[in-house]
Write a protein that binds this ligand. Structure first.
Ligand SMILES: NC(=O)c1ccc[n+]([C@@H]2O[C@H](COP(=O)([O-])OP(=O)(O)OC[C@H]3O[C@@H](n4cnc5c(N)ncnc54)[C@H](O)[C@@H]3O)[C@@H](O)[C@H]2O)c1
Length: 318
């Protein structure tokens, strides 16, 4: 199968591209490289440097390659930035996504796997979060993803939207880089390496076991395998929205303690007030993906941190 991977040079995209190639897929990556790294791609992946904003770029990649399905990772994903500049998020995550769908229709490509997020749910009314939970995002990032899911539903293109919880971990000699980095595990590991003086815990008075926020961390390799199963399910005519999480929550303090243990280093922690809009707990109920996509997370939080440390402690900078 020939797969076009938008955003394939980014963190989750590049890991998925390695797994696709290992499993015999032909891959064309479409990425602007604004936040991606061509060094992260395996040699056998074809890279087309282009922007979803430019219809010409899209038409060129679809006309010069035979494409059977699309995996759509490209987008912006910084919650704070989305509150400062919502239009930037609607433009890239929604309008540019619509450019992609229009081009798919023009070239008769009717299968897409989309990177959605647990940020579509907003503040949980009930935990763990099932796909049927109401979607009331509390930031524009989550709203842009929710709206694109709705566009997909109305598009007559066969889609699977995967709502990832907190992606983390590393494999294939590549790892997680975001600029700026807002994700907990890379931040804590950078502190362990001395690249940061300290890390901040935002809120220690949440109604959780140790007062800090709880999240569901999912290994990037588990995400990669889910995308491949989603492609197979699309072939079988399945469609819909699926949570990708482990179903197990880990608190901020537990992550920091595990990082200290795994790295053997001291990490200076500063306790701060809560940040607005951070739910106390976000944990997936992943049963739908198990029963319908035949997918299940294999890796736990310890595996995730070990793999991330293995990469962070070796890589210099790109
Ligand atoms: N990282 C997470 O924990 C997480 C959780 C839920 C959902 N997601 C979603 O997964 C996807 C991938 O996340 P990531 O962490 O790998 O992000 P990333 O920033 O590392 O990767 C995104 C890639 O898309 C490319 N890109 C962005 N806009 C583009 C455009 N207009 N045209 C072409 N390329 C473009 C970037 O250059 C980058 O390589 C995003 O859509 C994100 O919203 C991520």
């Amino acid at each position: 199968m020939n797969v076009l991977v938008t955003g394939g040079a980014g963190y989750i995209g590049s890991h998925t591209v390695h797994e696709l190639i290992n499993q015999g897929f032909n891959v064309v990556v479409f990425d602007s490289l604004e936040n991606g790294y061509k060094e992260f791609l395996p040699k056998t992946a074809k890279l087309f440097q282009g922007n979803l904003e430019n219809k010409k770029d899209l038409e060129e990649v679809f006309s010069s390659n035979k494409i059977d399905a699309v995996i759509h990772f490209a987008g912006y994903a910084l919650v704070g930035e989305s509150m400062e500049n919502p239009v930037k998020y609607f433009h890239n995550n929604l309008a540019n996504g619509i450019n992609l769908l229009k081009t798919m229709k023009k070239f008769n490509v009717n299968k897409i796997v989309f990177s959605s997020t647990c940020a579509t749910y907003g503040i949980p009314e009930k935990l763990p979060l099932e796909e049927s939970h109401p979607t009331n995002p509390v930031n524009y990032y989550g709203l842009s993803k929710k709206l694109f899911e709705q566009v997909l539903e109305s598009s007559k293109i066969n889609f699977i939207a995967l709502r990832y919880f907190n992606a983390a971990g590393a494999a294939f000699g590549i790892g997680e880089i975001h600029n700026p980095e807002t994700h907990l595990i890379p931040i804590v590991l950078e502190a362990a390496l001395g690249k940061r003086d300290s890390i901040k815990i935002f809120g220690t008075d949440y109604p959780t076991k140790d007062g800090t926020c709880i999240r569901d961390y999912i290994h990037v390799l588990d995400l990669a395998s889910a995308h491949i199963l989603a492609l197979k399910s699309l072939e079988e005519g399945k469609s819909g929205v699926y949570n990708l999480g482990t179903g197990k929550g880990t608190s901020v303090r537990e992550v920091i303690d595990l990082c200290k243990e795994i790295t053997g280093r001291e990490i200076k922690v500063i306790e701060e007030e809560r940040r607005p809009g951070d739910p106390a707990e976000l944990v997936a109920f992943p049963l739908k993906a198990k029963t319908e996509l035949n997918w299940e997370a294999k890796y736990n939080i310890r595996d995730i941190i070990k793999s991330a440390w293995d990469w962070h402690s070796k890589h210099k900078s790109i």
